[in-house]
Design a binder for this molecule. Structure first.
Ligand SMILES: *Cc1c(COP(=O)(O)O)cnc(C)c1O
Length: 371
């Protein structure tokens, strides 16, 4: 742990130490079998992750950004098309759209859940719209049921960005299975994280699964026979073996995140810090525990002085980034995403976070909010 840090934002080392023997053995096996690209470790993980999500197919890819991009490409989306997504997300969601040649169209978030506002989606549809990419931001499912009705009404594809929401559910059904496909990131800090970059696509549609697999592997049908030009974006054997070990622990880790969230909620209930909304029908998996505060920057600095590391996800809403100036939006077009980017604060959140650490964070939050 970095010197002076009392509560880190995430603690990947604490997790590794608890499962070191399993991880080290898995890595040794992959090297012993020289199963570096493709091979049984990848297939075994793909099967296990498909089953975890409740999907028929899983295609391992190089990272979560590619998962979204490859799926959009496989659905034939490209130049001249528009794809709707939410104004408050990580840039990868929008980049994956732009990389296909399509134009990204942003809509504001719902003021309570911070997820895409479904009514605003309907208003953003044009004759060029081909798809919607909802993001299950912070680990809370987007409002998929009304969104799917809109998608059906206008004949649009739905590709879920589930990069922050492994195992999140709506009425007991896992995210990634509501749209045509679900896209996951296994970036090390995600709820299921590899020891490097990795990602996956899950889908129930056999033809889409095959197309995604081909795009991710040079448009290949056999070793040197290529149907079209694809990309090189594969999940490697080492990451697959590590992910397979970690997947067995994921349910327990998710419950630990949920318990930590409940404890934060309780200890902060009599403060002005607004805790995340959690709908009855949804299982929030708390990739992040995000509160809202009017004096965010001062509280963040005060917590840092006490050795507490926090984050902001994200400090600039996507349409307000220089990268998207060419789209010609104004901050007022996204009143909630714009306002909240100055008020949101992500508190330390990881499965191994102890009750003492949570109490320490909340004690200092309360002191700072009083002064
Ligand atoms: C992490 C993340 C991605 C991208 O995943 P990478 O594996 O880093 O490419 C996409 N969308 C969201 C919401 C993310 O949090």
């Amino acid at each position: 742990m970095v010197k002076g840090v009392k509560v880190p934002f995430v603690d990947l080392r604490a997790q590794y130490i608890r499962i070191k023997d399993e991880i080290d053995a898995a890595i040794t096996d992959v090297i012993g079998d020289t199963a570096f690209i493709g091979g049984k470790y990848v297939s075994l993980f793909e099967e296990a992750f498909a089953s975890f999500c409740g999907a028929r197919y899983c295609i391992g890819v190089g990272n979560g950004t590619d998962a979204i991009n490859i799926t959009l490409r496989a659905l034939g989306i490209g130049r001249g098309d528009e794809v709707i997504t939410v104004a408050n997300s990580f840039i990868a969601t929008a980049e994956a759209v732009t990389m296909t040649g399509a134009r990204v169209v942003f809509v504001d978030c719902d003021p309570h859940t911070y997820n895409l506002d479904v009514e605003k989606v309907a208003r953003a549809v044009t004759p060029r719209t081909k798809a919607i990419v909802p993001v299950h931001l912070y680990g809370q499912p987007a409002n998929m049921l009304p969104l799917k009705e809109i998608a059906e009404e206008y004949g649009l594809s739905v590709i879920e960005d589930a990069a922050q929401a492994h195992g999140a559910e709506i009425n007991g059904r896992r995210v990634g299975t509501f749209g045509q496909a679900g896209c996951f990131s296994f970036y090390p800090g995600k709820n299921l994280g590899a020891y490097g970059d990795a990602g996956a696509i899950v889908t129930d549609q056999e033809s889409l699964a095959m197309k995604c697999r081909m795009i991710a592997n040079h448009g290949r049908i056999s070793k040197y026979d290529h149907d079209f030009e694809g990309v090189n974006s594969r999940l490697d054997g080492m990451q697959a073996a590590i992910l397979h070990v970690k997947l067995k622990h994921l349910e327990k880790w998710t419950e630990q995140r949920r318990e930590a969230a409940a404890r934060y909620r309780e200890l902060l209930s009599d403060t002005p810090a607004l805790a995340p909304n959690e709908a009855e029908s949804m299982r929030h998996v708390y990739h992040l525990f995000v509160v809202r505060l009017s004096n965010r920057d001062a509280i963040m600095a005060g917590l840092k002085d006490q050795g507490i590391v926090t984050g902001v996800h994200y400090p600039i809403a996507l349409p307000n980034l220089r990268a998207y100036r060419y789209l010609g939006y104004a901050p007022d077009d996204f009143p909630f995403a714009t306002r909240y980017s100055g008020e949101i604060l992500s508190l330390p959140m990881f499965p191994e976070l102890s009750n003492d650490q949570i109490a320490y964070v909340c004690y200092h939050m309360k002191n700072l909010l009083k002064s």
